[in-house]
Design a protein around this ligand. Structure first.
Ligand code: PLP
Length: 393
C-alpha cells in the first residue's frame, strides 16, 4: 500500500541528519565508551524536586485528560514569564501548550503555511527544520547566514528571498552556530516581515543561555506581535527534555486556531507533567541560571583550548549549548571528520551537514558532558584535528 507523499517526503528520502548520532548510540549500546557530544541534552537529569512535583500531581489524581490547550495556570505562568522578559503584554489567551518546542514548531508552521507554501529558514539551521516544514506539506527555502557575519542573517538576503514566501523561521540564540541576533539583525528581520507581509516564527528555546550580547525577542518590536509566533520550551531552560513541554505564543486568534490543532494532534499534554512545568517555572530565574551555568563554564574551557591551536577555527558561541568548529584546514569535510573522530577517538559530534549545506565544513560540539570529561575530550579532539591537518599538508 502506498503511503502519502506528505509523510514519505519528510526527509525527501535522504538522511534526517541524525545518522551519526544513531551510530554513536548503537556503539554505546554495544558497550563502547563513546563520549557523546551530539544531542542538545543536559548531563544533569531533570531536578529531583521537579520530579517530586510531577509524582505528587500524579498521586493526587491528575492522571486524566488535561485541558487540551494547556491548563490555564500553566499558560498564565508562561505568559507572565514572557511578559516579564520582553515587556509585551501577554496573557493565557496568547499561549498554547505543546509537546515540546518541536511540537510548537510543527504547530506554528501548520498554522501559517498552506500546502505548497514556501517557508524561509536561516541556514545553518536546527536539524529538524526542513523536515518539520515538509511535514506540514509546506516547502523549506533556505537563506544562508554567512560565517564572516558571525552567522547573523543579512536583511538584504532575507528580503531577496521573501517574495512569494509565506513565513520566515528564525532561531536566536542559534543552534548550531551559537549566534545571538543583534538588535540590528532583529530589526532587519522585523522590517522584512512587515515589508513582505510574512509571518515570523521565532524559535527562542535557548533564551536563558546567553553568554554575550542580549536576547531581543522580535515579538517586542513595533508591528510584530500580530505577526509573530514564538516557540518556547522547558527542555533547555529547565532540563526537562524528556517531559515534552513547550509552547507557542501568538495573537489570540492564532492561538485559538492552534488549540483546534491540538485536538487531533495530541489532545493535550499530561496534567502531571504540566504541574511539574508550573512548579519549575515558579522556581524563577535562579533555577534557570543554575541549569545554564555548566554551559558557560564549558564554553570558557573550549575557548581557552582553541586559543592554543590552529587546526580548527571557531567563533565563541554567544549563546546556547554548542560550539561550531570550522574543520576545513584538516583537509576533510565535517562529515568525514565526525565519522573518523567517532571511529578513531570514540568521540561523537554532529557533522555540519546536519544543519544544511552551508555548514558542511563544520562540526557541532554539544557541551553536554561533565566539565572534566568535556575538557579531556575537547582537547583530544583538537589534537586529532592537528594530526589530520599535518597528514593533509
Ligand atoms: N528548537 C531548537 C533550535 C532546538 O535546538 C531544539 C532541540 O534541540 C528544539 C527546538 C526542540 O526542543 P524540544 O522539543 O525538546 O523543546
Amino acid at each position: 500500500m502506498q503511503l502519502s507523499q506528505r509523510i514519505t517526503g519528510i526527509n525527501e528520502g535522504a538522511s534526517d541528519g541524525w545518522g551519526l548520532f544513531y551510530m554513536a548510540r548503537e556503539m554505546v549500546a554495544a558497550g563502547k565508551p563513546v563520549v557523546e557530544l551530539t544531542i542538545g541534552e543536559h548531563d544533569i537529569g531533570t531536578a529531583p524536586e521537579v520530579i517530586r512535583a510531577m509524582s505528587a500531581a500524579a498521586h493526587e489524581g491528575q492522571t486524566g485528560y488535561a485541558t487540551v490547550a494547556g491548563e490555564v495556570d500553566l499558560r498564565a505562568a508562561i505568559a507572565d514569564r514572557v511578559q516579564a522578559r520582553t515587556g509585551v503584554p501577554t496573557g493565557p489567551e496568547n499561549v498554547v501548550v505543546t509537546p515540546g518546542g518541536q511540537g510548537a514548531l510543527f504547530s506554528a508552521i501548520t498554522a501559517v503555511a498552506d500546502p505548497g507554501d514556501d517557508v524561509l529558514m536561516v541556514e545553518p539551521h536546527y536539524t529538524t527544520y526542513p523536515g518539520s516544514i515538509r511535514a506540514t506539506a509546506a516547502r523549506p527555502r533556505a537563506v544562508r547566514a554567512r560565517a564572516e557575519d558571525a552567522f547573523q542573517p543579512r536583511a538584504e538576503d532575507l528580503a531577496a528571498a521573501a517574495p512569494g514566501a509565506r513565513a520566515l523561521l528564525v532561531n536566536s540564540p542559534n543552534n548550531p552556530t551559537g549566534a545571538v541576533y543583534s538588535r540590528e539583525t532583529v530589526e532587519g528581520i522585523a522590517q522584512v516581515c512587515r515589508d513582505h507581509d510574512l509571518w515570523l516564527i521565532s524559535d527562542e528555546v535557548y533564551d536563558t543561555q546567553i553568554w554575550a550580547g542580549q536576547h531581543l525577542s522580535p515579538r517586542a518590536l513595533p508591528g510584530m506581535a500580530e505577526r509573530t509566533l514564538v516557540v518556547g520550551s522547558m527542555s533547555k531552560s529547565h532540563a526537562m527534555t524528556g517531559s515534552r513541554v513547550g509552547w507557542v505564543i501568538g495573537p489570540e486568534e492564532a492561538v485559538a486556531a492552534l488549540a483546534d490543532l491540538s485536538v487531533p494532534m495530541t489532545y493535550g499534554i499530561p496534567a502531571y507533567i504540566q504541574e511539574a512545568a508550573l512548579f519549575a517555572l515558579d522556581q524563577g530565574e535562579p533555577f534557570e541560571d543554575e541549569v545554564a551555568a555548566p554551559f558557560l563554564r564549558r564554553r570558557e574551557t573550549a575557548v581557552a583550548l582553541l586559543a592554543q591551536q590552529s587546526a580548527v577555527r571557531a567563533l565563541p558561541p554567544d549563546g546556547a549549548m554548542y560550539i561550531m568548529l570550522d574543520v576545513r584546514q584538516t583537509g576533510v569535510s565535517g562529515e568525514v571528520f565526525a565519522e573518523r573522530l567517532l571511529r578513531e577517538e570514540l568521540i561523537a559530534v554532529m557533522p555540519g551537514s546536519s544543519f544544511g549545506p552551508a555548514a558542511t565544513d563544520h562540526i557541532r560540539v554539544a557541551m553536554t558532558v561533565a566539565d572534566d570529561v568535556f575538557a579531556e575530550s575537547f582537547g583530544r579532539m583538537l589534537r586529532f584535528a592537528a594530526r589530520l591537518k599535518r597528514e593533509a599538508a
